[in-house]
Design a protein around this ligand. Structure first.
Ligand SMILES: O=C(O)CCC(=O)C(=O)O
Length: 265
């Protein structure tokens, strides 16, 4: 299945029905270069955590020096607002940076398949969670061209069903500078790890991406945000206070664009 692009005005419709959409040309070449350089330098310095051989920085807006702007970029906020169909949005506190990351099919809402009957971060039953338009969306910023080897995969429509078995696996093929926005309930997967000495491994090691999650301001998003922040803190081995006192500057940038910042409340 091939990837299709949508106009900005179609983003809300597409995310509501299919669970995901691509927004073209949101970052310029200098911004992509800066973000790649800052994330690569951070991991090169031995920072972040190792996850299945990949380098991961949870709460990257706080912890990757100089990168806060990316998570509060006006174009990223515009895409989140378009997907959520409202200006009244909140930053959930989730911001990741990845290098060399691979991950199988999963949902960012948590799921029954992860032995969580209340579907993870929302604390709701599947009967209520997998209904209705998106309330929490993740923006994926891939800092290189996305190809069949290194791309995100999504299962369109799976934000409205609890099970994890993909029905229509679809490659998300993008240019650097495009961003993808998806409902956190959608079933998705990262790049697939090839066999040990595959020539594709080099491309995967150079795969650098960033993710940030916003929701409609409201109780469901707040619940997601609190549970998700607890997970980030566990990954970091930090207490809540330690995360909140490290200020990357993103909170001020977000607040200046009228985005609510839960972690400050
Ligand atoms: O690496 C990717 O393309 C996907 C990452 C992902 O699925 C996640 O962070 O939840």
């Amino acid at each position: 299945m091939t990837t299709t692009y949508v106009q900005p005005t179609e983003i809300a419709d597409r995310v509501t029905t299919e669970g995901w959409a691509i927004a073209k040309n949101r970052l310029d070449a200098d911004e992509i270069h800066s973000a790649r350089t800052l994330i690569a330098a951070h991991f090169q310095a031995g920072k972040g955590v190792l996850l299945n051989g990949a380098k991961v920085q949870p709460a990257a807006a706080h912890f990757v020096p100089g990168l806060a702007w990316l998570y509060a970029h006006p174009q990223i906020i515009e895409v989140a607002r378009a997907a959520l169909g409202t200006r009244d949005i909140a930053f959930t506190g989730h911001s990741d940076a990845h290098q060399g990351f691979t991950l199988g099919w999963h949902k960012d809402s948590g799921s029954e398949a992860l032995e969580d009957p209340l579907c993870g971060y929302f604390g709701e039953s599947p009967e209520t969670l997998f209904q209705g338009p998106p309330e929490v969306v993740k923006v994926g910023i891939y800092l290189q061209e996305s190809t069949s080897i290194n791309c995100l995969r999504v299962d369109p429509g799976s934000h409205l069903r609890p099970h994890l078995q993909p029905v229509r696996p679809t490659e998300v093929l993008m240019e650097a500078g495009d961003v993808v926005v998806f409902d956190v309930r959608i079933t998705h997967a990262g790049a697939t790890a090839p066999y040990p000495d595959s020539p594709e491994l080099d491309a995967l090691r150079e795969r650098i991406s960033a993710f940030v999650t916003f929701g409609q301001s409201g109780e469901r998003t707040r619940h997601f945000s609190q549970a998700n922040m607890r997970r980030q803190q566990r990954q970091l081995g930090l207490s809540g206070e330690a995360v909140m006192t490290t200020d990357g500057g993103h909170a001020a940038l977000l607040a200046s664009q009228d985005v609510l910042v839960w972690e400050e409340n």
